[in-house]
Design a protein around this ligand. Structure first.
Ligand SMILES: [Zn+2]
Length: 204
């Protein structure tokens, strides 16, 4: 009984922490989605929770992310390796996808999603794929206004990373950063870092 109560308390606290990011979230209406890029595979962004300055930052950075995702260099790099979908083991084997499978998923239209400027508990950003929404720490959005390119690139990385979570609920990253599950092989971290790298290279 005592274990059950403890478990219940922990699960209430945990779900509280996870919903922390969505305080004050306004659901988008059909008119809240804005085009950010002329590229057809690019997602529209629900901007109903963003002030003008944040809206501008998110729209510009997302357009840049889409441009990299559609580039030939990106395609070559994605095709060149096998990817980890998650850090899980499936029947004792790593949860993998070929470069082609990952590329095909990214290359078809990315679902539209909305961005909420909130600092999620214990993270820079948090994605809720079931509701197509991403919470991003306001300070990370603000990075876009920096003069330092590395700082600006942080927002590029965050948007690319969270977009992978939106793209598929199976692209998860619990337990990442180990020898068995290095960031460079995992879709969310690997694509985020790759898009950042290519963005920096194209902004010398
Ligand atoms: Zn993640």
């Amino acid at each position: 009984m005592r274990h059950l109560l403890l478990l219940l308390t922990i699960s209430i606290i945990l779900s509280g922490c996870l919903s922390w990011a969505w305080r004050g979230y306004k659901k988008p209406g059909p008119d809240d989605f804005e085009s950010v890029s002329p590229l057809t595979n690019c997602m529209k962004i629900g901007t109903q929770n963003l002030n003008e300055k944040r809206k501008k930052a998110i729209k510009e950075a997302t357009a840049d992310v889409c441009k990299i995702l559609a580039s030939d260099e990106f395609k070559q790099r994605v095709l060149a390796q096998q990817w980890l979908v998650s850090c899980d083991l499936i029947n004792g084997q790593p949860d993998v996808m070929t470069g082609q499978q990952v590329f095909d998923l990214i290359n078809k239209k990315i679902p539209d999603y909305s961005v909420h400027p909130r600092h999620p508990w214990n993270a820079i950003a948090q994605t809720d794929p079931a509701n197509d929404r991403v919470a991003i720490k306001p300070a990370r959005i603000k990075n876009w206004n920096a003069t330092d390119k590395k700082e600006r690139a942080n927002l590029i990385n965050t948007i690319a990373h969270e977009t992978m979570h939106i793209l598929s609920g199976s692209f998860r990253d619990g337990g990442h950063g180990t020898t068995e599950c290095p960031d460079a092989r995992l879709v969310s971290y690997g694509i985020g870092n790759l898009v950042e790298e290519l963005w920096l290279a194209s902004h010398p």
